[in-house]
Design a protein. Sequence first.
Length: 470
Amino acid sequence: MAKNSKLDSNGYRKFGMLDKLGYAMGDMGCGFSFQLVATYMQLFYLQYIGVSAEHYAIIIVISKVFDAINDILIGNFVDSKRIGKKSKYMPWILLGAVTLIIFNVAIFFPVTSLSYLGKCLWCLGTYCLWSIAYTMVNVPYGSLHSVITDDPQERVSLSTFRSIGAALPAIVIMMVLPKIVYDKTENAAGETVEIFKGNSLLPVALVLSVVALVVLWGTTRLVVERVHRESDVKSTGFKAIMSAVKSYFTNRAMVGATIATVASVALFNSTMSLNNMVFQYFFKDPDKMAIAMVGSYAPMIVFMAIIGKLTAKHGKKKVIVSTMLVGAISGIVSIFVPITADFKGMLIYIVCLMGLNLGNAVFQISVWAIVADCIAVSYRKTGKSEEGSLYALYSFFRKLAQGIGQAVVSMGLVAIGFVEGDNAVQHEGFGDKVKILYFIVLAVGSLIAFLSMKFIYNIGKKEEYEFNDA
């Protein structure tokens, strides 16, 4: 009988474009929920519902403590409990996707008639429940990366396509939603200003949630799990959790990647609300916020086309560290660049963002392949197939970083005199202060990520292949 050239030696469909597209769809589905919450939840509760910046920061910190328990438990369940016969991860993804719709919508329910305490409790409760649903999708989805293929360069291609999948929702939310959620009006001082329409987010959340469900279903139909590792992870409970925690923190590469991730997510990805405010209060034209997408995503688009060749030649670490150094230097310089509140100033602002986002963009493209490499290192050292638990811990730190980022933004806004509430009038010079605050936050994030990847992360080009041959 002739050998089927479309199947690998284990009888699975060979790794190819269907896997890449399916994996991209997974982060697209997660992204339609995550990007909406990350970009507009803070604005929704501060500018529309009327929660104070100080109390919002407390809510976020409490929710992240809750996440610490939630992520680790769900990660262990994914490792030890199969809820489907044919797949370890797909049933978890579908179950989480259905639940995610409910709480994604609940977060943006217009609870303006509740008491102030009721508003705070609604914000905390819906965000915690959303976090559970998101974890039920994101942990098994992220764990898929290490079992679709064990080839380092195929993992880079998966990571690249995942970045494409993540970028599409961000582009839609940044380019389309400002036209829906902002409106020109006259404030109490008689000035024409851009007002945030919080009541418009409920139907937006419903539509995006349905889209997320459809594309996540697509992931379960297109991706193949090819790598099966023998493991002694068969139980849940404190002992199993502590085993995963030990594996995680004794893995130097994982620690280095985690610190860089926290800096990237907290001080880049979770601070987009500051960018919104720069266009709202400094440039006074949120409709042109889409132009800033050039600064945010141009470096990513360029490197998506060449990242595979660069990492194959130099290794992921060297490429990331080199570009992060450029980003850190650009960030420090950008703080002192004079920018005017006109179109010319907007172009200078975009150029500054391009330099700042260079290292972060390369890191975001490669990070999922890096995590898969770190998980392979852990399996080689311990012999335990703890993909779900290890990814859950990593996911927890990503979500903790989101909370840190939102808390930093909230405290930063307090420091520069932000006035909460619908149709509030900000003090003179607030726009310039929020622009400088944004650059400072991005510069600090660039520097921390660079130092961690340079001096802690220890998987070079040679080790990538050694660890993944085990």
